[in-house]
Write a protein that binds this ligand. Structure first.
Ligand code: HEC
Length: 248
């Protein structure tokens, strides 16, 4: 029995805590077939994220093909810094050594190839929308979705800076807790809040594609299959009418 209780505490309780604490602020309304959104997301990723994060299972060539970009365009514009290996077949890796990264950021920036699967698109979307100023953190920023994350808010110039306002609320246990109330902008960014949300949506769309590049092909194939069936139906219907004309 004791063992059972210990097991319960070890596995079920953290899961419950995760489930209750895992309430996400926003839902990402993404569309993997939106090529323009994917292209914008790729551009933001290369410019703002690849300084620290790789996509080691994705090659530039595959991205070019799937996102309908020319290879020259990708080589010139999306392969900015690491000119040494300027080959379209190269994978989207970065030269940051893990040891150095640890010194600079406390944590190692993980490869983001599969992050849309491990964290989920809504988590990613919420994460990038919930950075707030917090003087107690090393970079002066904290995050509501990923508490005490060791990543700076790299998109702050686009979004502007905001602070989080908390209010006190009595919990089930009768004690007072701080709960999030609202954000208040401290500085303006180069984008409006709506534009920033769209930029983040593009970025999440791109990361969702990177996590499952095959799905894009399936979706496109699916559309062709439906179109084929529609055309086939019309042809079959006309044939039927033709065959039965004399019978009636
Ligand atoms: C200056 C370096 C740096 C840049 C640039 C950067 N990140 Fe990060 N990122 C980090 C570090 C360090 C962590 C690890 C945080 C931790 O574990 O506390 C991280 C963690 C993350 C995570 C959480 C991964 C996980 O599952 O735990 C996501 C998602 C993420 N970054 C997305 C992005 C995106 C999207 C961009 C571009 C807009 C970006 N990052 C730019 C340093 C960076």
């Amino acid at each position: 029995m004791k063992k059972l209780i210990a097991l319960f505490i070890a596995f079920v309780v953290p899961a419950m805590a995760l489930a209750s604490g895992g309430k996400l602020m926003y839902k990402a309304d993404i569309d993997l077939t939106n090529t323009a959104s994917l292209q914008r997301g790729a551009k933001i990723f290369v410019n703002y994220c690849m300084g620290c994060h790789s996509l080691k299972y994705m090659s530039y060539g595959r991205m070019a093909r799937d996102l309908k970009l020319s290879e020259d365009m990708v080589l010139e514009n999306l392969m900015l810094r690491w000119g040494a290996d300027k080959k379209i077949g190269a994978y989207m890796t970065i030269p940051m050594p893990a040891e150095e990264a640890k010194k600079w950021f406390v944590a190692v920036p993980p490869d983001l190839s599969l992050v849309a699967r491990s964290r989920g698109k809504d988590w990613l979307y919420s994460y990038l929308l919930t950075f707030y100023v917090d003087d107690k953190r090393p970079f002066g920023m904290n995050n509501l979705t990923f508490k005490n994350a060791n990543m700076p808010h790299v998109l702050w110039q686009l979004e502007g800076l905001k602070k989080a306002v908390f209010r006190k609320e009595k919990g089930h246990d009768g004690k007072e807790h701080e709960v999030f109330d609202r954000f208040e902008y401290l500085t303006k960014g180069s984008m409006t809040p709506d534009q920033y949300k769209q930029a983040v949506r593009d970025l999440v769309t791109f990361l969702a594609y990177v996590g499952e590049p095959g799905r894009l092909a399936h979706q496109r194939l699916g559309v062709w299959v439906l179109l084929f069936l529609a055309v086939f139906f019309v042809v079959a219907y006309m044939l039927k009418k033709e065959y039965w004309r004399d019978v009636h």
